[in-house]
Write a protein that binds this ligand. Sequence first.
Ligand SMILES: Cc1cc2nc3c(=O)[nH]c(=O)nc-3n(C[C@H](O)[C@H](O)[C@H](O)COP(=O)(O)OP(=O)(O)OC[C@H]3O[C@@H](n4cnc5c(N)ncnc54)[C@H](O)[C@@H]3O)c2cc1C
Length: 514
Amino acid sequence: MGLRTGEQYLEAIKVRNKAEIYVLGKEVKDVTTHPFLKPSVMAFKATFDAPWEEDTKELARAWSPFINEEVNRFNHIHRSPEDLAAKVKLLRKISHKTGACFQRCVGFDALNTLYIITELMAQKGKTEPKEKFVEYLKTVQKKDLALAGAMTDAKGVRTQKPSQQKNKDAYVRVTEVTKDGIYVSGAKANITGVAASEEIVVLPTRAMGPEDQDYAVAFSIPTDTEGIKIVVGRQLNDARRMEEGDIDALPYFYNHEGLVIFDNVFVPMERVFLLKDWQYTSQLVEIFSAYHRQGYGGCKAGLGDVIIGATYNLAKQIGVEKASHIQEKITEEIFLTETMYSAGIAASLNAVQPCPNCWWVNPMHANVTKHLVARFPAQISQLAIDIAGGIIGTAPSEWDLKNPKLREYIAKYLQGVEGYTAEDRLRMVRLLENVSMGVAFMIESVHGAGSPAAQRIMFSRLYDLNYSEEVAKKLAGMKSNVRFTEKAEPWRETETEKLAKSKTAPSTEDKLSK
Ligand SMILES: Cc1cc2nc3c(=O)[nH]c(=O)nc-3n(C[C@H](O)[C@H](O)[C@H](O)COP(=O)(O)OP(=O)(O)OC[C@H]3O[C@@H](n4cnc5c(N)ncnc54)[C@H](O)[C@@H]3O)c2cc1C
């Protein structure tokens, strides 16, 4: 099949029999109709609609050599730098349809990460994980499955390694290995879109040593599995969705995050890709985080566009859009948005090829992208609040507008420029309030794909300060031992880049297909 429609996706996730999904302390069976989860399901659905919509179908479809069919880009293994750029562009465009995170990127990045990691394992003689992974990938692509990516563990005391923690389940771990599979316990935290997914791809969250080998595990599991409990997190304004309004409930699309508890869950061996392979965890984290950091240049720029459009409209509604300071502020919003996007595109087009049939993002650009994303959305939101006026935090509810005793007054006192109604103002205020101050733009931008400190560690690791110093010393007429290289940037290579350079052998996939 390769490509499903949004409706087919909705049908597939309707009933959960084995996993337990909790919202506000109560168990939910049908995630497609529950008022709390419905906006999230609709945002996820947008990724299934994209290949069928005229404006996104080019970007959202990709050709898979694994199943010789067109697949949804969210389940595609990047085959070129252009593929990576198409990802960023697609994310920007889908943000325009949802005004929210559409939750399918973590699974997408997890697939691409495991593709490279299992290839590296194969090149060191361990071919089985790659064979299992490619079989899994084919199933995902053929069925066009909705994946969540679960990397972040509960983590307990942050400065302690998994094996040092008092709570042995602070990181997901293997508790038993049988010939048929493994049993795992622990929890993954903040997992985007998990209740709306069909499969969870689980990865280790940090570099590990031999003492942590029970925690060095990567696998996939259907979301509806015995022993999985999902506790959906609260969000700003979440209870408004229960009110059945059509203005205060804006936006109609939203993301959710969940705490995913694995209570002695059995994983069949054919779905286990890393088992006690601690040697690969450092590179796995490096590869995954860079993929995920690159993507934010697309989706957050797309949300920036929504905010820019909303602030411009609100400025027009109150007649200030031509004021020089308003124009200046909107120009600043555009600059901040386009900077995030430019970095994401640079991370894509300056890509690295670690194996003949796979492409990884440029690690420096990807880390810069995410660091911009950790900072700029807050600035964009601040400008939006400035332009929107105090009403963004004080507007009456839609129930006031709909109350016959109040309607006339609200209509009279909320209206600005003729041609716009009080309802127009309220609608735009509600959209802006939720997008600019919501989880995806303000919180995920900071913490998603790792806290800001993680990117700063990467910059300082990658930037060759000694090289720049020698360059400066030479220009200052001091003794310098600079050795100019062909490379324009004073960057050190990551392990993945080094491998890309040293690699001459065909990929295992090539060997297997011969
Ligand atoms: C909206 C949202 C969606 C997300 N979606 C997903 C998802 O789909 N899948 C997924 O796997 N993860 C997801 N995440 C998790 C995300 O990757 C983590 O939030 C991020 O890595 C930070 O981890 P943490 O939240 O545990 O923060 P913490 O680790 O608690 O960090 C808090 C602070 O402590 C600092 N800190 C942490 N450890 C150390 C240390 N050892 N030494 C010094 N300082 C330290 C951090 O830099 C930070 O400043 C999501 C997060 C958010 C907010």
